[in-house]
Ligand binder design. Structure first.
Ligand code: SF4
Length: 477
């Protein structure tokens, strides 16, 4: 396929050329990147703070576009699910929007009694120059709650700059209240957004190991948890693209170390628990981690083997926001016997892509900051059976008649953790083998679906070596 000349170095095929990936740069004008804007980056990070008002200062479209953007669940208040906007009009652009912002903020705080408020700057605010920080400071003093400006003007960088703006706003909440009753075995979960309740699952694993979870930034989050988070002994960061900035700020200001982990797939989930146990150097925590992994894997493993038999040899493509998630997905798909033939991310850096290169097979296409035309061409050329992406990638797969798994915003089932791995396998199986693709012109070319009229009753004995140390033979009764 023809790749735009200025993007040639953002696409690499393993084994076919020298690896000199270009990344971490603004999207090429006209290439229609899959990335969202700076504001959207901030919005997704802060969205799961459920007891705060989130006010979008700008025209109504910015708020509409990010309304309920992650589907992150809350075990209590649901203020985060409302989308408030100052709805700037032409006259506000001419005369300034500060007064409108002041009135909106005051009214929202009086009506909803939040524990904090976040005010997001959008593109137009960067153009007209409203002093958002001054308005926030005034309202904070009047209402007695933190009111935090988020410097997220849409045009001033990439989605990653939005993550950074969100982390800066979050950090201002920390260190405000004294911390006591904090266990020496305490941690913050970072970069886990509680989509379909995943935070609850991950949190329960750590708590079962005997670790105190102080806060989750940000998933089912409360303001007072964030205010206490600087007392934790460790930060454990998933979705490194969004939260590693915050972890680094904690390290610099509070001396809190951090670990990078992923919660997708048996390998990465187990490794996350083991690495946290190793950090605390407590034999009892490690014993509990081992026991937990053994018990969880024993439950899901036989069923995974059945899915593995039906998915072995199928070809997959992955395009996600952060590269760390891509690593975990490559490993999880391999465990199911699938071959990853294309993998990419919106925000990966050089080290991430080097690591991706190391774990991928020869011939795999690795791509940074791709666009719909490129992705469609890769999917066709690589004859993939499954595409894993988010809300913006879904239509590409459906138009081509390819199985799709949403690993981002819109899913309703947890895919993280051990139970999530089983959901993941089940979803992939049903999408890859769905008879609906036989009606697609693209798939009619390939005749692989003939074997799809299967149930699991005919599965044969299967030997499988899992990287978590399990080597078993399972037979159907
Ligand atoms: S902040 Fe700018 S780029 Fe982002 S949605 Fe609003 S207008 Fe569009």
């Amino acid at each position: 396929m023809a790749i735009l000349e200025q993007r040639q170095k953002q696409v690499y095929t393993k084994g076919q050329s020298v690896f000199e990936m270009e990344c971490n740069k603004p999207s090429l004008a006209g290439s229609v990147s899959q990335r969202a804007c700076v504001f959207c980056g901030s919005r997704v990070v802060l969205y799961p703070i459920a007891d705060a008002v989130h006010l979008v200062h700008g025209p109504i479209g910015c708020a509409a576009y990010t309304w309920d953007i992650r589907g992150a669940l809350s075990s209590g208040p649901e203020l985060h699910r409302l989308s408030f906007s100052t709805d700037l009009q032409e006259l506000d652009v001419i005369n300034g929007g500060e007064q409108k912002l002041y009135c909106a903020l005051s009214e929202l705080i009086d009506r909803y009694h939040p524990n904090a408020a976040f005010v997001y700057s959008t593109c137009i605010i960067g153009v007209i120059g409203d002093d958002v920080a001054a308005v926030c400071k005034k309202v904070s003093l009047e209402k007695g709650i933190p009111v935090l400006p988020v410097d997220s003007e849409g045009f001033k960088g990439t989605k990653k700059d939005g993550y950074r703006a969100a982390c800066s706003a979050l950090f201002k909440l920390t260190g405000q209240i004294p911390v006591d009753n904090m266990s020496q075995y305490s941690m913050n979960i970072m970069g886990e957004f509680n989509i379909a309740g995943e935070t609850w699952l991950i949190r329960s694993y750590y708590e079962n190991m005997g670790i105190q979870v102080v806060s989750c930034l940000t998933g089912d989050t409360r303001i007072d948890d964030i205010q206490r988070s600087h007392g934790a002994a460790l930060n454990v960061v998933q979705c490194s693209g969004s939260m590693v900035y915050l972890a680094k700020m904690f390290e610099e200001h509070y001396g809190t170390p951090y670990l990078r982990v992923a919660y997708f797939g048996i390998e990465d989930m187990s490794e996350a628990l083991y690495s946290v146990a190793k950090f605390f150097k407590d034999p009892e925590i490690m014993r509990r981690a081992r026991e937990l992994v053994r018990e969880e894997v024993e439950v899901i493993y036989p069923k995974l083997l059945e899915y593995q038999q039906k998915l072995t040899g199928k070809r997959a493509a992955v395009y996600v926001g952060g590269a760390f998630k891509a690593f975990a997905l490559v490993r999880a798909l391999r465990l199911l016997g699938m071959k990853v033939v294309m993998v990419g991310s919106q925000t990966g850096n050089k080290d991430d892509y080097q690591q991706l290169r190391n774990i991928c097979d020869e011939g795999t296409i690795i791509v940074d900051d791709s666009n719909p035309l490129e992705l469609s061409a890769f999917l066709r050329e690589q004859e993939v059976d499954l595409f894993i992406g988010g809300v913006k990638e879904r239509p590409l797969a459906y138009k081509l008649g390819i199985g799709f798994c949403d690993h981002n915003h819109e899913r309703k089932k947890p895919l993280a953790g051990f139970a999530g791995m089983l959901n993941f396998a089940a979803e992939i199986y049903s999408s890859v083998h769905s008879p609906v693709w036989r009606l697609s012109p693209y798939r009619q070319k390939s005749n692989q679906d003939a074997a799809d009229k299967t149930d699991f009753q005919d599965s044969k004995a299967c030997v499988f070596d899992s990287p978590t140390g399990f080597s078993r033979v399972y037979k159907n009764a």
